[in-house]
Design a protein around this ligand. Structure first.
Ligand code: CU1
Length: 536
């Protein structure tokens, strides 16, 4: 009897249509979970476009000289790859998809503070993305500046820089509004009884990230506007011939773009912090240290941008200062890794797909982080500056870090989002293929970069070819892993066995509500535990 009344009352967010029907019920949705799925599908599509461009580059680099395209096409391809992957995939990725879906649930709220603003953020995300894609097809040809749009070249090249920078500007607004929404949500909508230090650690990571989105993104917005004015009217902000200073552009750009690295990686760390206690069935070790280290990373992350500019002619004082601060930012990152490993210690480890992804993340993140120290130190940075070493480091942090955390998150929360299970064996084959392919693809780039292979070069000396060929093979394996992963998940979403409310025996609030969640998540105020990770 009670079971039947529950069934009548329960309408999942997937079935609820509201005012609009069909596709419109998605485009006009204000429900945070529907908006999260809209971001998910868009971002996965953009990711595949970016990944295909990456593979095209690998094929071109398989032999010195011209292989499948002209040099100018190559410049366009690596620029578009960067613009799509950075601004349309990794910056929005975790916070727009999983922040939107799970932040309100994890703090016991029915939605975000401003649901219509949330919908607007997705709309302008799609508008910005459309501009970015359109910039590839203009008559001038795709932008050829690299995703960093360095001046004065970006002010002079004949390619479609204005449209691409306008796209990045619009995408930035989407990011700012999402950050603002999340900060207000965390301050205003925590369930009664949930203090900041009762919050799970993914909301903590989203909170730190949201402050960076809100405070740092306007800087790049202004910088891109300055660049557009420079191009249109020859104002002379950055062009030395007009009395400008190219270093000014680099400073302004990295004042945003280093913190942006933490917009990408902090939510990733937050995801991993949710997964490890669940699959170790252990309380998080050092809850407060992890929570506060997110804020510390966000704060110190604002002060290290100069480490991208050691060879730019910056003063000696500035160089050692930025180098020192860069080393300091490693401390809170190391605290997190230490606490993850300590959480696993003596836990009842369960090697399910999300946990395997989390382990791969830790492995790749450690390689990315330690090679970051080589780049953070002035002397070794000058040796490997602008080489494939940087490409390898960057992809270990951003793809190995943020990317694998994204895969971990989708495998962890999939049963909650879709109310169905995927096949574990196929998921493990997918993740292992991804992990192996990833290392074969990117590790050789450390070596040939150290030996002098420049990045963003179309041509190279024959001595580097062995590394490029191994990378191409790794790329093919990685791509196969992606296809296995996506087919496994799509099959799970369509035909998987129904998932229970709490398939992993998790202790945070999302596991107390049905899978998939009803429209407003909670029927009554949830019970708040003093420690969200309520294991032994
Ligand atoms: Cu940086």
């Amino acid at each position: 009897m009670s079971n039947e009344t529950e069934k009548v009352k329960y309408v999942s967010y997937l079935d609820h249509q509201g005012e609009y029907k069909g596709l419109l019920s998605w485009i006009f949705a204000t429900d945070h979970k529907r908006i999260a799925l809209l971001y998910l599908y868009a971002i996965v599509a953009f990711f595949f476009i970016g990944a295909i461009l990456g593979m095209v580059m690998r094929v071109e680099l398989a032999a010195p000289g011209e292989t499948i395209m002209k040099p100018q096409t190559y410049n366009g391809v690596f620029t578009v790859h960067g613009v799509i992957m950075i601004f349309m995939v990794v910056i929005p990725g975790l916070s727009a998809v999983f922040g939107n879906f799970f932040l309100p649930i994890l703090i016991g709220a029915k939605d975000v503070s401003f649901p219509k603003l949330n919908r607007f953020s997705w709309w302008i995300f799609m508008a910005g993305s459309a501009l970015a894609v359109a910039s590839q097809f203009l008559r001038e040809g795709p932008p050829d500046t690299g995703w960093t749009f360095y001046a004065p070249y970006s002010a002079e090249t004949g390619t479609s820089v204005i449209m691409a920078t306008t796209a990045a500007f619009v995408l930035g607004f989407s990011s700012i509004l999402t950050g603002l929404n999340f900060i207000v949500t965390i301050h205003q909508l925590r369930a009664p009884g949930m203090k900041f230090f009762n919050m799970p650690l993914f909301p903590w990571a989203i909170y730190a990230t949201a402050w960076i989105q809100l405070l740092a993104t306007p800087v790049v917005g202004i910088t891109l506007i300055m660049l557009i004015f420079e191009r249109l009217f020859g104002i002379g902000f950055f062009d030395p011939a007009l009395g400008g200073d190219p270093l000014l552009y680099q400073h302004l750009f990295w004042i945003y773009s280093h913190p942006a690295v933490y917009i990408m990686i902090l939510p990733a760390m937050g995801v991993i912090t949710e997964i490890i206690p669940t699959f170790s069935q252990r309380k998080v070790y050092g809850y407060k240290a992890i929570a506060l280290s997110s804020l510390a990373i966000a704060a110190v992350g604002f002060l290290v941008w100069g480490h991208h500019m050691y060879t730019s002619g910056m003063s000696e004082n500035a160089r050692w200062f930025f180098s020192l601060l860069t080393f300091i930012v490693a401390v809170p990152s190391a605290i997190k890794v230490f606490n993850w490993l300590s959480t696993m210690y003596k836990g009842s480890i369960d090697l399910k797909p999300p946990f395997l992804y989390a382990l791969y993340f830790i492995f790749l993140f450690i390689i990315g982080g330690t090679t970051g120290l080589i780049l953070g130190s002035v002397a070794s940075n000058i040796q490997v500056h602008d080489t494939a070493f940087v490409v390898a480091h960057f992809h270990y942090i951003i793809f190995g870090g943020m990317g694998f955390a994204f895969f971990a998150a989708i495998h962890y929360w999939f049963p909650k989002m879709y109310g169905r299970m995927y096949d574990f064996k196929a998921a493990n084959i997918g993740s292992f293929t991804l992990f192996v392919g990833f290392n074969i693809l990117y590790f050789p780039q450390f070596i040939i970069g150290y030996q002098g292979m420049p990045r963003r070069y179309f041509d190279y000396l024959p001595q580097f070819q062995w590394g490029q060929i191994i990378s191409l093979v790794g790329g093919v394996i990685l791509f196969a892993g992606l296809i296995i992963m996506v087919t496994t998940l799509v099959r799970g979403a369509r035909k998987g066995a129904p998932a229970s409310a709490n398939p992993w025996n998790g202790s945070t609030l999302e596991w107390t509500i049905p899978s998939p969640p009803p429209l407003e998540n909670f029927d009554e105020d949830p019970v708040i535990k003093s420690n969200p990770y309520d294991y032994k």
